[in-house]
Ligand binder design. Structure first.
Ligand code: FES
Ligand code: FES
Length: 1013
């Protein structure tokens, strides 16, 4: 039927089939700022304003909007500089989102801005709580909400006509920042009791007052003092387009004649397909293709997006005659519309021969258990053994743990469990494929690994690598979920079959049943300790459920030991020769496959290790912080695992160059008020509420920075006529801000502001190779490549500038090009004379010894310098119900030099928010038949803006000498410490020792009951 919609003050007459959602129509009309994140009104990404009120367009029929005025992000503001045209520029809300770093992946940003606009249109002076409530309907998986809330309050101030100060420089806190008075339980100078102002929002002087802080505190390292771009809170290079809702994401295109793909998923956990008949589906008008296992070549591969050779078994086919989990692939459909594609799925006739299913990894390893992978094409990696359902096995011995146990005064043992949890990026997996005019297959996809995807897909599709082009547009979050070649083959096979463009986008339910997740594990700990607290030996054993396929099986669980058990080497003689053992079985079951998820196995390790360390400290009567620091790794010592294991490759010993863990602990303690609270009985109770108990807990963690001797990053840079530069990188910014920090490093080398560096990532046709975004490697590996490329360009500039400046000197005098300094868009001779970079570029491109000034470089690291952090948590527990409220999280990190305090603190805040879900509520569960219980964002709860605790980030900078700008990684480490710190705080509050996370009320209550019994 024809309907008439009023959108952004324009009338659109549009044909819309009955039942079509408003979201679908608006996107068909080209309003790509309205995003699809789910189908059931839970995420808020599709929000628009209808008559000034926020509505979720995915759960409204288009017809319901007739007669109402709709507003989308496209009408809110525009880029301020558009040639000769005068525009009003960005709306203050958009401006504030850009300035405060509220935009990470930017997928939720249009909806957040519209929700905030509704608030400010009716309430020009909202409190922080009101801002949080306004944003509560729009889920964000990246930011932790601090910066979006700050942005709303900042915009409100601007709209009221108040001055807000620019965000510049760094807040340094060399001596440690004391806890705010109310964090200590009230007192002078504290905040208003209603949740009003606590501290300036990271801004000097009077500005927006909020309880949360925008810029982190940084203990600044002296090396950074002279830099002009590195170290500054620069605006993200993609923020301006993202706040306007520009069509930057994979699905924001509509090639003519595009088909919609759908996948038939298995309803059973383990079965052989004995008959499959697609003829009825093919007869349905509008169906262009149906593919089953009979139609595709049988090519075995691994879906894990890792460097070659993939360190895991090859055990997957695009379509197979066997299904191995509820949600596994059975058939692919391409049709003219989503509706027809869904109808076609119901017309595919499948007969399954059920096979016994395995849901417990321990049972799956028993002799005689059914075998999941009996296909003859299976390719082993290392110790995988499909006959025993073993995807991988790890055994690492450092020193001699038995000797260490014998030398101990006490032995502590414990069993810990961690659940399967979901990445829950707000942009689902999505891919568009098409043949280009040269008959090359273009794959436009939301991936973290475009180059690995091309390499892995080529044999699967029967195409050489050179006939595939992978384009990675902006990514709406990934968190490891998109380090997987998960859906690209579906659309590509259908494009090959039909010759037409195809889009395949997961529904939210598909994300849960067919996407990847964090590996669940059961972990045994055994630790030997002297009575003075010296750890003499430490052993960890993990049993991992990899699900039906072994993607990332070896490497994720390897990291569980590698980056957690390495932290505690012991004290005294044990520092030089620690006794550590790690072993693991990674086992196939008929659950959906696990895969990469931010932290990559390490959060699992720290839940067990740090809960165990807490138990030991308390049993020995030692201060938990001092006990950890006594045994923790220090600078100058070997990363113990580097001597014994390297993901199946030859290990190469690595020395820890920098470690500021002690200072992290000192400053973190000061901010949370540890000394005033720990062991203070008065603080642990709440006046007038005898059922409540307060508790405080800590955890110390480390991570890695990139994979040494393996992963490579590349960058190229070229100079333009006006002295600006194009920086082309294969690295994939999935919302982390890596495009920005790589641009900052290049800008620093070239002596230009960041705005003169146009960053583009990534396209396998145009950008240099890069391993992609994983393993905390982009700033370190790809950043070094960008610095090297910039240095090459800088050398060409300085040589030419020396020649140009030579012209003004008396004959015989010479300028050494190495003395030319680049700064402020100019090249300076030692005598102070200078030429502009635009003049140098003109000279090079048009006038003398013409050349394109450019640089190309790549980098592989010989080391993986670990970042370290001290995590603190404060909780209130209701001992009658077991309910845990996390009140505060403080994280103090040594991540080396912080290139951009806004993006780095955004990573920490967002990581802590994700880790908080891991601590208290997120868990993927299955029924007896293996069907997922959580298939939407209602049952699988992720934190909303109005549910967050106070969070505080501190960076303790040390210059890491293995990187040109002294950086280490920051993106993954925030996942590691929150859950154990919360678990330890719950123990501190009420004595409930919960060894299985998440720490649900039921588990706390059960544990309390056990204590009483
Ligand atoms: S609420 Fe509409 S897309 Fe999620
Ligand atoms: S910035 Fe909010 S979902 Fe990514």
């Amino acid at each position: 039927m024809m309907i008439s919609l009023l959108v952004n003050d324009r009338i659109f007459e549009v044909e819309s089939p009955a039942g079509e959602s408003l979201l679908s129509v608006l996107r068909r009309l080209g309003f790509f700022g309205v995003k699809h994140g789910c189908e059931t009104g839970e995420c808020g990404a599709c929000a628009v304003l209808m008559d000034g009120k926020t509505v979720n367009s995915c759960v409204m029929l288009a017809a319901q909007a007739v007669g109402h005025a709709l507003q989308t992000i496209e009408s809110v503001g525009a880029h301020p500089e558009q040639g000769w045209k005068i525009t009003p520029g960005l709306h203050p809300l958009q401006q504030a989102f850009v300035e405060t770093g509220a935009v990470q992946c930017g997928f939720c940003t249009p909806a957040q801005i519209l929700a905030a606009k509704e608030l400010l249109d009716r309430n020009p002076n909202p409190s922080e709580e009101e801002a949080r409530q306004a944003l509560a309907g729009v889920l964000c998986r990246c930011t932790g909400y601090i910066k979006p809330v700050q942005a709303v309050l900042r915009a409100a101030a601007v709209l009221r006509g108040e001055a807000v100060e620019p965000l510049e420089g760094r807040l340094s806190g060399d001596e440690g920042i004391p806890a705010p008075a109310d964090w200590l339980g009230g007192g002078e100078g504290g905040p208003e009791p209603d949740g009003g102002p606590l501290a300036p929002a990271g801004l000097p002087g009077r500005a927006v007052q909020t309880r949360t802080r925008l810029l982190p505190h940084i203990t600044v390292t002296p090396e950074t003092e002279t830099w002009s771009s590195v170290g500054r809170p620069e605006k993200k290079v993609d923020a301006v387009k993202l706040v306007q809702g520009k069509p930057a994401f994979t699905a924001d295109v509509e090639p003519r004649g595009m088909l919609v793909a759908k996948v038939l998923h298995s309803p059973v956990a383990h079965a052989r397909i004995v008959k499959i008949d697609a003829s009825r589906a093919l007869q349905l008008p509008g169906v262009a293709a149906v593919l089953t296992w009979k139609d595709l070549p049988r090519v075995i591969y691994s879906t894990a997006g890792q460097s070659d050779p993939i360190p895991g078994p090859l055990d997957s086919f695009s379509l197979d005659q066997k299904v191995r989990f509820v949600g596994d692939r059975v058939a692919f459909v391409a049709a003219e519309s989503e509706q027809i594609a869904n109808q076609a799925l119901e017309l595919i006739d499948v007969e399954y021969e059920p096979l016994p299913a395995l849901f417990d990894p321990a049972e799956a390893m028993l002799p005689g258990a059914p075998v999941l992978h009996d296909e003859p094409e299976y390719v082993n990696f290392a110790d995988s053994d499909p006959a025993r359902n073993l995807a991988a096995h790890i055994h690492i011995d450092i020193g001699d743990v038995e000797k260490g146990f014998a030398e101990a005064d006490q032995i502590f043992e414990g069993v810990y469990e961690v659940p399967k949890v979901h990445q829950a990026h707000i942009e689902p997996h999505v891919v568009v494929t098409y043949w280009d005019e040269d008959d090359r297959l273009v794959i436009r996809t939301s991936t973290q690994v475009p180059f690995h995807a091309r390499r892995i897909l080529a044999p699967v599709l029967g195409l050489p690598v050179k006939r595939i082009r992978v384009i990675k547009p902006r990514i709406g979050g990934g968190f490891g979920g998109k380090q997987e070649v998960l859906i690209e083959d579906v659309a590509a096979h259908l494009t090959i079959a039909t010759g037409r463009p195809v889009i395949y986008e997961y529904t939210r339910e598909e994300e849960f049943i067919a996407g990847r997740s964090r590996h669940p594990m059961r972990i045994w700990m055994k630790t030997g300790v002297k009575n003075d607290g010296t750890v003499t030996a430490n052993a960890m054993k993990a049993l991992t459920d990899t699900g039906a396929y072994g993607c990332h099986a070896l490497t994720v669980t390897g990291n569980t030991g590698h980056k957690s058990m390495a932290l505690y080497v012991g004290d005294g003689p044990y520092r030089k020769s620690p006794n550590i053992q790690f072993s693991a079985d990674i086992v196939y079951t008929n659950h959906p496959p696990a895969g990469a998820f931010r932290g990559y196995g390490v959060p699992q390790g720290y839940w067990a290790l740090d809960r165990h360390m807490e138990t030991i400290a308390r049993a020995l009567g030692l201060d938990p912080v001092e006990f950890r620091l006594k045994n923790a790794l220090r600078a100058g010592e070997l990363q113990p695992f580097s001597t014994a294991w390297s993901e199946g490759r030859e290990p190469r010993p690595e020395t820890i160059e920098t470690c500021a863990l002690e200072e992290c602990a000192r400053q973190g303690k000061a901010v949370i008020g540890w000394d005033q609270k720990y062991n203070n009985p008065a603080w642990h109770t709440v006046e007038g509420k005898p059922h409540l108990r307060r508790g405080i807990g800590t955890a110390m963690v480390m991570q890695g920075t990139a994979l040494p001797y393996l992963d490579m990053g590349g960058a190229s840079i070229k100079m333009n006529d006006d002295g600006s530069f194009n920086l082309l990188i294969g690295a994939t910014d999935l919302g982390t801000g890596s495009d920005t920090v790589l641009g900052q490093m290049a800008a620093e080398v070239l002596g230009v502001p960041l705005e003169d560096v146009i960053v583009y990532s990534s396209d396998t046709d145009f950008t240099p190779f890069d391993k992609g975004a994983y393993a905390s490697s982009t700033t370190y590996i790809s950043g070094t490549a960008a610095v090297k490329a910039a240095e090459q360009a800088a050398e060409r500039i300085r040589r030419r500038a020396a020649k140009m400046l030579q012209a003004g000197l008396p004959s015989g005098a010479a300028i050494d090009w190495q003395e030319i300094r680049l700064a402020d868009r100019r090249a300076f001779a030692p005598d102070g004379r200078s030429v502009s970079l635009a003049e140098v570029a003109h000279n090079a491109l048009h006038h003398e010894d013409q050349e394109q000034i450019m640089g190309v470089a790549s980098y592989v690291s010989p080391t993986s310098p670990p970042p370290f952090a001290a995590q603190f948590a404060e909780v209130t527990v209701d001992i009658e119900t077991g309910q845990v409220v996390v009140d505060r999280l403080v994280m103090a990190l040594d991540s080396g030099v912080i290139v951009n305090p806004l993006t780095a603190s955004g990573q920490v805040e967002g990581g802590m928010a994700q880790a908080l879900g891991y601590a208290v509520c997120e868990e993927m569960r299955y029924d007896e038949q293996g069907a997922a219980r959580e298939v939407d964002l209602t049952d699988y709860h992720i934190f909303q803006a109005d549910e967050m605790p106070e969070m505080h980030t501190l960076f303790i900078e040390i210059f890491e000498p293995t990187h040109p700008f002294g950086v280490k990684s920051v993106a993954e480490i925030p996942m590691n410490g929150v859950a154990p710190a919360v678990g330890n705080a719950v123990l501190d509050a009420c004595g409930a020792a919960v060894n299985e996370n998440p720490i649900t009320p039921e588990r706390v209550w059960q544990s309390l009951k056990k204590e009483i019994a």
